[in-house]
Design a protein. Structure first.
Length: 278
């Protein structure tokens, strides 16, 4: 059996509009040049139009191929060695933009792709769905197995592809799920869900959506879902930020395409060759 896929999931509070400079500063973190230490899988800021506290940045770091042994090496460098670490200047500069945060140590489960599998499948998105859910204590693995078996193929039909289905290793009551998608796919999902529930007629009836929610309710007791904007050039992020002048925006709105991204999420069938992204 292979080593456990482990990830550090950071929720970072930032000053004002500091999310852009802070996320770009992540590329300068010396850990990215240290073998088998944290690798930056993704960074995002919470999009204010989709719920969630702002300004806030979410970072996901891949702990590496050595599993718990790799985690131990990372803890060692940030424990007694941190005060005199050679890369203290990076932390000092990061403090210009961030005020604090909260970490979760995550473990991948069967059906959750590794960073290398994400690259090979060509999964990319211009919008990400971030779910932090509270489940009945001790039921997290069973719930995530149901997600992998039933929800994952349904979400794929709606243009949502998981980049992580995670157990929170430090407690018995939380799971985290992250999905790569785009704005039109997220809108279609909401339209069909509300139409199925008799709340609007903007979409099409799909009873599978509410059937999943009934199953999910057997496990989930609370939590939050946010939408997130990805940092470009990460494993699954876009190539660059989009231009957005007032004239361009008005032209999109008048043509009925306001807010539509230039590039949809990709799956393995339409993906570029592995290694073609940063």
């Amino acid at each position: 059996m292979a080593n456990r896929d482990l990830y550090l999931y950071e929720v970072v509070d930032v000053y004002g509009q500091g999310q852009y400079d802070y996320m770009e500063h992540l590329w300068q973190d010396p850990v990215l040049r240290m073998p088998e230490m944290f690798g930056l899988q993704g960074a995002f800021y919470v999009c204010a139009a989709g719920g969630g506290r702002w300004p806030q940045v979410i970072n996901i770091w891949d702990i590496g191929s050595k599993g718990w042994t790799g985690w131990a090496s990372n803890v060692d460098r940030m424990n007694l060695k941190r005060r005199k670490a050679f890369y203290g200047e990076w932390w000092d500069k990061a403090a210009q933009w961030r005020t604090g945060g909260f970490d979760r140590l995550l473990g991948g489960v069967p059906g959750s792709p590794s960073t290398e599998q994400i690259k090979a499948a060509g999964i990319r998105g211009s919008l990400f769905v971030n779910e932090i859910l509270t489940v009945r204590p001790g039921s997290g693995l069973e719930f995530l197995a149901a997600v992998a078996e039933e929800r994952k193929p349904l979400m794929a039909e709606y243009g949502h592809h998981p980049t992580g289905l995670y157990e929170v290793t430090s407690n018995q009551h939380e799971v985290v799920m992250v999905w790569a998608t785009d704005i039109p796919s997220q809108v279609r999902l909401h339209q069909n869900r509300d139409t199925t529930r008799g709340l609007c007629d903007e979409g099409e009836v799909d009873e599978r959506l509410v059937a999943w929610e009934r199953l999910s309710a057997q496990y989930v007791t609370g939590g939050d879902t946010h939408i997130m904007t990805p940092l470009p050039r990460t494993v699954y992020g876009p190539d660059d930020w989009e231009d957005a002048t007032l004239e361009q925006w008005l032209e999109q709105v008048e043509s009925g395409q306001g807010g539509a991204p230039r590039r949809p999420v990709e799956d393995a069938a339409t993906a570029p060759p592995a290694g073609s992204h940063a």
